[in-house]
Design a binder for this molecule. Structure first.
Ligand SMILES: Nc1ncnc2c1ncn2[C@@H]1O[C@H](COP(=O)(O)OP(=O)(O)OP(=O)(O)O)[C@@H](O)[C@H]1O
Length: 360
């Protein structure tokens, strides 16, 4: 699968731009702030239905405009696929495949597998558990539609249960029977999500270890991803029943898979506190490359790989290794952004593949 053409209208700093890509390697070069990352983000947007960097749709519209439109022409399994994503202030975002609008965005997720490696990935280490849960959900959802549907349903029931808890307090009342219905639904959906997250980590961890060993300077530190869930201690139904009094006081649901975390460790300690800058960067790249390999295996399609400002994380040799690795194995399509045209060209010209350089 690859992206042949991309056009943007009123997307971030672009009024209008049309680009025709190489099926293998594309380099976006130019000074800071010219919009290299915004182009990568537009490609991400067409795959995930939202920006990687700024999930607030109105802020993706160019200043003083009131809509944006993205259009990508992909080739997938020998067929032309035209994906458009349009958003006008005050209206719902519309994603279309070959002119037909999706009823639910979730139907589109996984259709164009894609992995991005960016300096913004550091949020996975710095931020709270929600960011890491979203990462895990994003990886699993690209190859498991049922997982994504269950997750959406779970979040809906969770928000209904939270509203009910607020209603109890506002109206000085309590209805255990209605709460029990929500508990039952959360239990069924949450148990399935829990077991899929457990299975995912078992498969993903060896791939991650292999990638880390490959990418790290010494490759000797022991790094790990540890799935943490309250559901390892008891079934969700029991957890929900046991926390009723607490939940009534808090006015939200304190137990469930929405509290799960994926902890990142180095030598058994949190990488956020104990990892060096270099170790943290290697950790994140290994995580994303593992995502690339995992999706490729599960979905049977080589994801598009976006390397945003990759030289910020790695020296030229290592970037060269990644570019070679991706291309040797699978001939996926690669997009690289960099401020130095000569540095990028040196790396990509070493690989016996076609490439195109775009100077912005
Ligand atoms: N909604 C928007 N409307 C207009 N301009 C925007 C909008 N959102 C972001 N920008 C502009 O886009 C530019 C940043 O673009 P981008 O992050 O793609 O740059 P870059 O070429 O990747 O730079 P760097 O090399 O520093 O990473 C900034 O000048 C920013 O102000």
């Amino acid at each position: 699968m690859f992206l042949k053409r991309l056009s943007l209208v009123n997307y971030k700093n672009f009024d209008s731009i049309n680009l025709e890509f190489d099926p293998v390697i594309n380099c976006l070069v130019g000074n800071n702030g010219v919009g290299k990352t915004n182009i990568l983000d537009a490609i991400y947007h067409l795959s995930f239905g939202k920006s990687y960097f700024n999930p607030v749709s109105t802020q993706n519209i160019k200043y003083n405009a009131d809509f944006f439109m993205l259009e990508g022409e992909f080739e997938k399994e020998g067929r032309n696929e035209k994906i458009t994503c349009g958003y006008k202030k005050g209206l719902k975002k519309v994603i279309k495949r070959n002119g037909k609008a999706y009823e639910k965005f979730s139907e589109h997720i996984g259709f164009l597998p894609l992995v991005i490696i960016s300096p913004a990935d550091r949020d996975l280490i710095i931020e709270g558990s929600e960011t890491r849960r979203k990462f895990m959900d994003g990886v699993i959802s690209q190859s498991d539609k049922v997982y994504l549907q269950n997750l959406i349903k779970y979040n809906k029931v969770l928000s209904q249960r939270n509203s009910l808890l607020k209603y109890f307090v506002a109206n000085n009342t309590f209805d255990g029977d209605t709460l029990a219905i929500y508990n039952e639904q959360l239990h069924t959906l949450g148990t399935d999500i829990f077991s899929k997250r457990e299975t995912f980590i078992q498969t993903f961890l060896p791939i991650f270890h292999e990638q880390y060993a490959h990418i790290s300077e010494k490759g000797s530190e022991k790094v790990d991803l540890i799935y943490e869930s309250q559901l390892t201690s008891a079934p969700l139904k029991t957890l929900l029943e046991n926390s009723v009094e607490k939940d009534r006081a808090l006015q939200y649901t304190s137990a469930g898979i929405h509290k799960d975390d994926l902890s990142f460790t180095i030598e058994g300690h949190p990488i956020k506190k104990f990892g060096s800058q270099g170790q943290q960067k290697s950790f994140l790249i290994a995580l994303k490359l593992a995502q690339f390999h995992f999706i490729k295996e599960q979905a049977g399609t080589t994801p598009i790989l976006l390397l945003d400002d990759i030289f910020d994380k790695l020296d030229e040799n290592r970037v060269g290794q990644i570019v070679a690795l991706v291309n040797n194995e699978s001939f996926g399509q690669l997009f690289i952004s960099d401020t130095h045209a000569d540095r990028t060209e040196k790396v990509v010209s070493n690989i016996q593949q076609s490439y195109k350089i775009f100077t912005l």
